[in-house]
Design a protein around this ligand. Structure first.
Ligand code: NAG
Ligand code: NAG
Ligand code: NAG
Ligand code: NAG
Ligand code: NAG
Ligand code: NAG
Ligand code: NAG
Ligand code: NAG
Ligand code: NAG
Ligand code: NAG
Length: 352
């Protein structure tokens, strides 16, 4: 058990001492944060614990982050097995002072090298950076999380995944200023379901192809989600001029869109900044299914499949798509370098 303290403030010392005791305890332990409000600086809970199993952490009260620290994470769990975090409490990142001040602001809850974990039944508000991140982790479930930040808060993604496998995210309510959930490189066997998303930027794979040697996204299912008033619905985004990469075997099904700007979108020319490379993306997108997607689009183009001219998308499959404009008028679809099939209801008319 190693504990690193970046910034000791009221609350942190007691918090870490309790964790230390629970972690080195010979049998399974539960650490409880009682009702009440506690101010906490950045903390790192590093394992492994003495009996290999981590303490359960029950947060019943409200933890408030100090308003102005920097670093990768506020609360980080590292190298832990059988970790359970929950309790019905609230994590308030107090991010408003930092928003807009750079990109790598602290994540509220970060899980790194966590195997067999659960994070459930918590509210997260106003993170400085991303709210929840899973990196290099396996067999983790996130459920019953309510994540809220204002629509104008930049880079406050709800949940971000990278380099992880066998992750289930279910029954969460997410409204932020960025993606509700973003799935980065190195992902396999991920299932996302029962998410209420919006406002925000939607449920996204990517952005991919920013760095060389990114591992593939392989095996993702997004099911039974309701997306409301977001700038994108279900999206795959890759940078132009990217190195070679792979996104394969991705299914979006049983999705309801309410007044969403780009309900179905593959964007291989993703450029959120002023200018980007004029070269095409080299990320190969293969085997992507959109099935039973219905509801309303706030813009004319409800389906946009903009793939790379050098690596056209293949194996796309659209089935039972029923998207209309807010006033009931027909929407349209646009395809560029997209190859695949369609079946069932098709509104708008397919462009594949
Ligand atoms: C600790 O918890 C794990 C997982 O729930 C369980 O398999 C193990 O038997 C428990 N150990 C003790 C000593 O209670
Ligand atoms: C945070 O704010 C406190 C009080 O205003 C100040 O003492 C401290 O130096 C600040 N820390 C950072 C990292 O800016
Ligand atoms: C969430 O936590 C609260 C407070 O501890 C508890 O009453 C409630 O049953 C929990 N809900 C779930 C779904 O576990
Ligand atoms: C999340 O929001 C739902 C719906 O408002 C509510 O039933 C649930 O208790 C909330 N969960 C937490 C952890 O606050
Ligand atoms: C990805 O995760 C694996 C397994 O947890 C780990 O060995 C590897 O170092 C991680 N890679 C990166 C780039 O974090
Ligand atoms: C995720 O859900 C699938 C299907 O419900 C289940 O088979 C799998 O065991 C779950 N994985 C975890 C890590 O809970
Ligand atoms: C996903 O998990 C299943 C069952 O555990 C396994 O057979 C399959 O190889 C995995 N796929 C990937 C890409 O890891
Ligand atoms: C779909 O998600 C909703 C909301 O979380 C849930 O109540 C419902 O049981 C889910 N339906 C299926 C078929 O999974
Ligand atoms: C596709 O991904 C799903 C999980 O989302 C997995 O169960 C299935 O085995 C994968 N299929 C192939 C051909 O890799
Ligand atoms: C639809 O969304 C737009 C913003 O994208 C908003 O201005 C408009 O009020 C919304 N319409 C309805 C009926 O909610």
């Amino acid at each position: 058990m190693h504990v690193r303290i970046y910034n000791l403030t009221f609350g942190s010392q007691a918090f870490l001492a309790a964790w230390d005791a629970a972690c080195s305890c010979g049998k399974n332990a539960t650490m409880v944060i009682p009702a009440g409000t506690f101010v906490l600086g950045p903390v790192l809970f590093k394992g492994p614990c003495s009996n290999a199993f981590s303490p359960a952490l029950e947060i019943k009260g409200t933890l408030k982050a100090l308003p102005n620290f920097t670093g990768w994470a506020w609360i980080e769990f590292h190298t832990l097995h059988e970790l359970a975090v929950g309790g019905g409490g609230t994590l308030d990142g107090q991010g408003s002072q930092c928003w807009g001040q750079g990109h790598n602001l602290p994540t509220t809850l970060k899980f790194q090298h966590v195997n067999d974990g659960t994070v459930s039944n918590l509210s997260l508000v106003d993170s400085k950076g991303f709210h929840v991140v899973f990196h290099s982790s396996t067999s983790v479930t996130a459920c019953g999380l309510n994540i809220t930040a204002p629509a104008h808060s930049p880079n406050t993604d709800g949940i971000h995944l990278s380099n992880s496998s066998h992750i289930n995210i279910t029954d969460c309510r997410i409204s932020t200023g960025d993606d509700c959930i973003s799935v980065g490189p190195g992902i396999a066997n991920v299932s996302i379901s029962g998410i209420f998303c919006g406002p925000g930027h939607g449920l996204s794979v990517g952005s991919l192809g920013k760095y060389a040697d990114e591992k593939a996204v392989m095996g993702l299912t997004v099911r039974n989600c309701t997306i409301t008033q977001t700038t994108n619905g279900v999206r795959i985004k890759t940078w132009p001029g990217s190195p070679v990469g792979i996104a394969r075997n991705i299914t979006f099904e049983d999705i309801v869109m309410n007044n969403v700007s780009n309900p179905i979108i593959i964007d291989q020319d993703y450029c959120p900044q002023k200018s980007c490379s004029s070269e095409p993306s080299l990320v190969q997108i293969t085997g992507v299914r959109f099935r039973n997607v219905q509801g309303t689009s706030s813009t004319a183009v409800a389906v946009k499949l903009q793939c790379s001219p050098t690596k056209p998308c293949d194996g796309l499959h659209l089935e039972n798509i029923n998207l209309k404009l807010m006033n009931g008028a027909a929407a349209i679809s646009e395809c560029f370098h997209a190859v695949g099939m369609f079946g069932g209801i098709q509104n708008p008319s397919p462009c594949l």
